[in-house]
Unconditional design. Structure first.
Length: 221
């Protein structure tokens, strides 16, 4: 795992000045309307980000920025809260990059929740014939495995398997997916054999995880 160290705006500026010499891929994503910009020197992170999140126009100013770079040292995660800037050094796991991006957006929404009444939840969400079902628990406790098992029942439909956003209404709650596709482990096909052939087309990374097209897995609806 990793720990997060809070830094000041001045420390952030000094670090970014050092990173300015690097040639970085830049990609913006829409996370429930918030614009998050990834800047990375890792082409695999760039490609997985493109597969994972919805596109955001380059004309939109970022609400949060995530730098994922390597300088040959140890894993380090730095966060400057005022500008919602995350600097991730020497990370070889895309799953942490995307989760940290989602956490930065959650922090952004926390500041504006009184106006927008929108909240983020680290968990999976399904639709069961018009009613929402949420599965919440610490990392590694089987949220995704249970979610995929429930989806074998035709009464359930996929919304999100890792993180979702909610909007409070006077007569209920709306739930929105955080990602356009699912970042899953290869062992889903071993637990639920029904998915094994579909997962053959998923490009896996060094952690045996990959971005799976949810339309392919569960249908376009």
């Amino acid at each position: 795992m990793y720990s997060v160290r809070l830094i000041t705006p001045w420390e952030k500026d000094e670090i970014l000045a050092e990173l300015s010499r690097l040639r970085l891929f830049e990609r913006k994503a829409s996370l429930h309307g918030a614009c998050v910009k990834l800047l990375t020197d890792d082409v695999s992170f760039k490609e997985e980000w493109e597969d994972n999140f919805r596109f955001m126009s380059e004309d939109v100013r970022p609400h949060a920025k995530v730098f994922a770079v390597s300088d040959g040292g140890d894993l380090e995660v730095l966060y400057e809260a005022n500008s919602k800037t995350v600097i991730i050094k020497n990370c070889d796991y895309y799953g942490w990059v995307k989760s940290i991006a989602l956490a930065a957006v959650a922090d952004f929404f926390e500041e504006y929740h009184s106006e927008h009444r929108r909240y983020s939840v680290h968990g999976s969400a399904l639709d069961r014939e018009g009613e929402g079902v949420a599965i919440i628990g610490p990392p590694g406790t089987g949220k995704t495995t249970l979610t995929y098992g429930l989806l074998l029942d035709g009464a359930y439909s996929y919304v999100s398997d890792d993180w979702f956003f909610t909007r409070l209404l006077e007569n209920g709650v709306l739930v929105y997916a955080s990602e356009k596709n699912s970042y899953i482990r290869d062992d889903i096909g071993m637990v639920w054999k029904e998915y094994s052939s579909l997962l053959d087309s998923v490009k896996l990374d060094a952690r045996s995880r990959g971005v799976a097209d949810v339309g392919m897995l569960f249908g376009g609806g």
